[in-house]
Design a protein around this ligand. Structure first.
Ligand SMILES: CC(C)(COP(=O)(O)OP(=O)(O)OC[C@H]1O[C@@H](n2cnc3c(N)ncnc32)[C@H](O)[C@@H]1OP(=O)(O)O)[C@@H](O)C(=O)NCCC(=O)NCCS
Length: 131
């Protein structure tokens, strides 16, 4: 599978921390949102919740005016879950800001219980079919 970089962001003053570099919480929010949209499209439901996010290691800072891009890939498909990986990098230099190996989203019913999603029947098939 291949990371698909669909979303780009321009770092603005309101995105900065006290050192005037990109605030980590802002980047985490962008990652969560991008992955949730990716999952909603793949799972064909908006009723999804973030279940698990693995270690987040911020490797390089970004500065006001930088353009970054967020890439997402499918790692595995479960009955109610979809597991992704995510990379954020500088759009021009391609230097990685962060790599998150595992983010799990779960489709839920109206009561908030896990429920099968649209890809569930493809769980055992080749991931390339659902890219
Ligand atoms: C998401 C939630 C409904 C799952 O409930 P649960 O009792 O853990 O459900 P299950 O044990 O049946 O697991 C559901 C799926 O998540 C997966 N899962 C559960 N815990 C996991 C973990 N720690 N890591 C990876 N996957 C996990 C299970 O493997 C299962 O996948 P599958 O159906 O594709 O096989 C519940 O934990 C919840 O509501 N959490 C809060 C979600 C939320 O509010 N997110 C926003 C945070 S601000």
């Amino acid at each position: 599978m291949t990371l698909k970089f669909r979303t780009r962001k321009l770092i603005k003053p309101e995105d900065l921390n006290g050192r005037n570099t990109l605030f980590g919480g802002r980047l985490m929010s962008w990652i969560d949102e991008e992955c949730a949209i990716y999952c909603a499209c793949q799972m064909k439901t908006h009723n999804i919740v973030t279940k698990y996010i693995s270690e987040m290691n911020f490797m390089a800072p970004a500065y006001q005016g930088d353009m970054i891009e967020i890439g997402v890939d499918t790692v595995s498909i479960g009955r109610s879950s979809l597991t992704l990986s995510c990379v954020v990098r500088d759009k021009e230099s391609k230097d990685e800001l962060i790599r998150v190996e595992k983010l799990v989203f779960v489709a839920v019913d109206r009561q908030g219980r896990p429920t099968p999603h649209a890809l569930a029947d493809k769980a055992s098939k080749n991931l390339a079919e659902v890219a």
